[in-house]
Write a protein that binds this ligand. Structure first.
Ligand SMILES: Cc1ncc(COP(=O)(O)O)c(C=O)c1O
Length: 477
């Protein structure tokens, strides 16, 4: 029977410790009502809502006002079709235009239902069959999925070591030596390959920034400028970095660099909503409309989704999101400083130890410094990002211990991250208080120094065990 076969596969995963499960942990925002539950909400150190916009009362009020107004946004719920059929509307076009103008005055923009669909669309359609795609080994699954569907043959889809400018240079040198890339202009224009670079601005599991300018300059040393096509996924920098949340490319002053073919800004993380927009040339936009299957064959964003994007956009435009970003970066700095204290206090031979990744060492952070007129942009680039990975071989144990102490942070283990790089991924938010951050640091410290038997007891019978499954939530609704 099919179910037996499926169960056997799940059992194999469970035996390897890689089984995925849906969980509902009560945080202040996700508990529908804590009154009927003895569970205390957990403090959110897990979600991608870095600016706490998803729960902001101001944004929710703006959303309600948009929906209650006379605007066409309030006249319909679902979009009722793909953008190519009945799902397009003057509202979709107006939202798309306003967002495009905000992020990149000189390019075009195309809305997608999610960052996932946008990445799949970009990578599966734009690179041509003769092209080469070089991508950071840690790019998101959506880039891999897009590349798998692309017409670029497998041997011309080449990963480079995470953030390694040297490795990119090695790869390019080899491609020139073996004739895959023709140096100079000896090949006829039609035979010249475009060389694609796929990177993220801030990496989702490590929280480190891409050395984008150095990567682009390395490409320029081997490939004619008009053949360089970089795709920068700004999922974790949208609304957080750059002036008025325009992202890392903007913070680096590269927004008009012709080597950047597309930028992906997503609304599901710090923006607090869902959906995404691709910023690219008018021709690339038209090409995506013609060839991107996730766009062509899926119902367009609904009106409530557009309204939630617009509601957060008001806070992004008027600078209140930037104030929130200051709080988020301040929290990240406080956390990293505190964790460094924990690391100094631990014995290297102890059973339970933690480490921070190299990019969080103060000397490394200084390398991100940028020349920018904007005080916030300059300052933010010298802070740790909101994603702080705490490396430990006992990630599940540490996360369970934190949960038992009222703090929600997720263990991220192999195969989501490479073997030996298990971590608890801590995300800080604008609405985390200083005392929340200090409680987190104290809990990590007490886990590091705790008696092993004490830890296992706390984690097994912790106060904050996951609540019962969906029917409990349904009953509350
Ligand atoms: C780097 C990166 N790109 C793209 C995505 C997909 O974005 P979305 O959640 O909007 O589908 C994610 C989501 O986890 C991500 O981390």
């Amino acid at each position: 029977m099919l179910d037996d076969e499926l169960q056997a596969a799940l059992d194999r995963r469970a035996a390897k410790g890689t089984l995925r499960q849906l969980t509902v942990y009560p945080t202040a925002s996700t508990s529908v009502s804590s009154s009927s539950s003895s569970e205390q909400p957990l403090v959110d150190f897990s979600s991608n809502d870095y600016l706490s916009l998803a729960t902001s009362s101001r944004v929710r009020a703006d959303f309600a006002a948009i929906i209650a107004s006379d605007s066409p946004l309030s006249a319909q719920l679902g979009s009722a079709g793909s953008r190519l059929l009945d799902g397009n509307s003057s509202v979709h076009e107006a939202v798309e235009n306003d967002l495009t103008r905000h992020f990149a005055s000189s390019t075009a923009g195309l809305l997608f239902n999610s960052g996932y669909e946008a990445n799949v669309s970009l990578l599966s359609t734009l690179p041509q069959p003769k092209d080469v795609v070089i991508y950071d080994e840690l790019v998101h699954a959506s880039v891999h999925d897009g590349l798998r569907r692309s017409r670029v043959p497998a041997h011309l889809r080449i990963p480079f070591r995470h953030n390694s400018v040297d490795h990119l240079r090695e790869i390019l040198t080899r491609l020139v030596q073996d004739g895959t890339l023709t140096a100079g202009t000896s090949a006829a224009p039609g035979e010249q390959r475009n060389v694609w670079l796929a990177v993220e601005s801030i990496y989702s599991m490590d929280g480190d920034a891409c050395p984008l300018r150095a990567l682009l300059d390395t490409l320029s040393q081997h490939v004619p400028q008009h053949r360089i096509c970089a795709v920068v996924d700004e999922a974790h920098s949208t609304a957080v970095y750059g002036s008025r949340g325009r992202g890392l490319v903007n913070a680096l002053g590269l927004q008009d660099d012709p080597r950047i073919t597309a930028r992906l800004m997503t609304f599901g993380k710090a923006w607090g909503a869902s959906g995404a927009i691709v910023l690219c040339s008018k021709i690339a936009r038209h090409y995506l409309i013609n060839y991107a299957r996730p766009l062509i064959f899926s119902t367009a964003l609904g009106y409530p989704q557009l309204a939630s994007i617009l509601a957060a956009f008001r806070s992004v435009q008027d600078g209140s999101a930037e104030k929130r970003a200051r709080a988020t970066f301040g929290n990240a700095r406080r956390l990293v400083d505190g964790l460094e204290g924990v690391i100094r206090s631990q014995s290297p031979a102890a059973k339970r130890t933690i480490a921070l990744p190299p990019h969080l060492k103060p000397k490394q952070q200084a390398q991100l410094a940028v020349e920018a007129d904007d005080d916030f942009v300059r300052w933010s680039m010298q802070q740790p990002s909101p994603i702080v990975p705490v490396l430990t071989s006992r990630a599940r144990e540490l996360a369970a211990y934190l949960r038992a102490n009222g703090l929600l942070a997720r263990p991220i283990c192999y195969p989501t991250v490479p073997k030996g790089e298990d971590r608890v991924r801590i995300c800080v938010h604008a609405d985390n208080t200083k005392s929340d951050i200090d409680r987190l640091i104290d809990s990590v410290r007490s886990w590091v120094h705790a008696d092993p038997s004490h830890v296992s007891t706390r984690t097994e019978v912790g106060r904050h065990t996951p609540p019962s499954p969906a029917h409990a939530l349904a009953a509350k609704l």
